[in-house]
Design a protein around this ligand. Structure first.
Ligand code: MV4
Length: 502
């Protein structure tokens, strides 16, 4: 029986996991780095343990320190969140060895799916469609050339240990193969320490559509339908929605059945995601399986009315699933925007800093999974994603209106965020129509580029006015105003040297 969970993560996902624990009456243990002493997940937890310096390698990625913290605090289970150690089979093995429940699938499943060649082979055996290509690894450029000739151009050369676009090259004809084969191999070797590559037919402008699945220890597997994740920039998702506006009922049904077949074949236990590439004719192909909870899981929760973290914990506790496939329906429409401390107008460079003022959207159908608060300093050491804004409504067009409204209400003062960029995305006509694939960001680059126009200027002025009003109130409420002019107070807040960023 799981009564205390150590959350081996930080930021919004650590808080997200602890919320479900709290509702289930489960105690929580936070781990944190020296850069995260004042983080929200530390304040939220019942207990907390510092596990090392700011560097992830010496804290959130350090298996020994996390295991030691779990033992010290007598945690029954570990929830890994996403990223960090969430797909690390060695970590899952170490947990088992120490008698700690790892909230996730078996280490064997994680290994099978972590290796893309073995995942492909397994899916072929399971009868799940994969992109036409090689079944094993490529030994040489000569072999690559021969295989490419059989598959037909263009082809994609991919790293077996890859993911996230690293070690990936396209070859449009035989003359490009030797060079692309070498480039993919070298990049794979330096990034993953493994130069194994394989080849697939290149699917042009595909959709990235994934299915959420849940499997228990008793052989039951269900899917929780689809998420459309095609709004991506350099393999970073920006906006996700469920249901996908691209799928028809027949394709959705076939993909759901394929996802369940895939998970059943490997005896999957826990929450997982089957990623598919879908071409313009709605042919779908298995791409990868993610053996963790994903960033975009809330859109599925909103549409299906199911708390995925609670089900992860119940499954890890050995409970059978409490519902059958027929009990799960997609109700309405949900959209998620990822809020990042990034300067979208200057090459998306990370822009951490102090959250001076924070106004979060509220109201019907609005959910925020974030870990920032007023006065919080976003550390430079970690991912720039600071939270997620999720909306739900009865229809897609209403969900878009709600997202537009919520993005307008969201004010984060003190650092640069991508809120303005997200506002522009949801106003692109092709997004509104639901006509987009993975080329969306590139195809709409002009529309999405910042224009210093009336709207942004007006908003900047309004925020500055509100802040001045706030400062003047501070002034009035201070008895000793003789030596603190308005200007010096303006400086005191760090606004005198051109550091006001909106
Ligand atoms: C592909 C593809 C086209 N054809 N494979 C990108 C990340 C990696 N996980 C797989 N990716 C792709 N694999 C074949 N055979 C196009 C992509 C791809 C992509 C996939 C999903 C979402 C966004 C993408 C952006 C560029 C390329």
């Amino acid at each position: 029986m799981i009564r205390k969970v150590l959350v081996a993560n930080r930021g919004e996902i650590a808080v997200r996991v602890m919320r479900s624990c709290y509702e289930m009456g489960i105690r929580t243990v936070a781990v944190f780095s020296e850069a995260d002493r004042s983080s929200r997940h530390v304040m939220y937890a019942d207990e907390a343990e510092c596990i090392g310096p700011a560097s992830s390698l010496e804290s959130y990625l350090c298996i020994d320190r996390i295991i030691a913290a779990a033992k010290k605090h007598k945690a029954d289970a570990v929830h890994p969140g996403y990223g960090f150690l969430s797909e690390n089979a060695e970590f899952a093995r170490r947990c088992a060895l120490e008698g700690i429940v790892f909230i996730g699938p078996s280490p064997e499943t994680m290994e099978t799916m972590g290796d893309k060649i073995s995942a492909r082979r397994t899916m072929i055996d399971a009868g799940v469609p994969v992109v036409p290509g090689t079944c094993g690894m490529l030994e040489s450029a000569e072999e690559a050339l021969r295989v490419c000739g059989e598959i037909g151009y263009p082809v994609m050369i991919k790293a077996s240990m890859g993911g996230g676009g690293k070690g990936m090259r396209v070859a449009t004809g035989p003359d490009e193969v030797p060079q692309m084969f070498e480039a993919a191999r070298m990049e794979a070797l330096s990034t993953f320490g493994d130069g194994t590559v394989y080849i697939e037919k290149f699917v042009e402008s595909p959709h990235h559509i994934e299915f959420q699945i849940l499997g228990d220890m008793h052989g039951n597997v269900v899917h929780l339908f689809d998420r459309e994740c095609s709004v991506q920039r350099r393999h970073q998702k920006l906006v996700e929605e469920s249901p996908s506006p691209f799928l028809d009922a027949a394709t959705r049904k076939a993909m759901g059945e394929a996802a369940v077949a895939a998970a059943k074949y490997v005896g999957y236990v826990g929450a997982g995601t089957i990623e598919f590439l879908v071409d313009r004719n709605r042919n779908f192909y298995f791409l990868e399986m993610n053996t963790r909870l994903q960033v975009e899981h809330p859109v599925t929760e909103e549409v299906c009315g199911i708390d995925l973290v609670k089900h992860q914990i119940r499954i890890a506790d050995g409970e059978p699933l409490s519902f059958r496939q027929e009990d799960i329906r997609q109700r309405g429409h949900s959209i998620e925007c990822r809020i990042c401390a990034e300067d979208a107008d200057n090459g998306f460079r990370p822009s951490p800093g102090l959250v001076r003022q924070l106004l979060e959207p509220q109201g019907k159908g609005v959910r925020i999974d974030a870990s920032i608060y007023q006065g919080y300093e976003i550390p430079v050491h970690y991912d720039p994603m600071i939270g997620k804004l999720i909306v739900h409504s009865s229809r897609r067009e209403y969900a878009i209106e709600r997202m537009r409204r919520a993005l307008y209400e969201y004010k984060i003062i003190g650092l640069t965020t991508n809120l303005g960029y997200l506002r522009r995305i949801i106003d692109v006509p092709d997004f509104k129509k639901g006509c987009y694939d993975t080329s969306f960001i590139e195809a709409n680059a002009d529309r999405l580029a910042a224009r210093k126009g009336y709207h942004t200027d007006a908003e900047d002025i309004a925020v500055i006015a509100a802040y001045m009003d706030y400062l003047m109130n501070c002034e009035e409420n201070t008895s000793d105003t003789a030596d603190s002019s308005a200007l010096s107070r303006w400086r005191a807040f760090g606004l005198g040297k051109g550091v006001l960023r909106i």
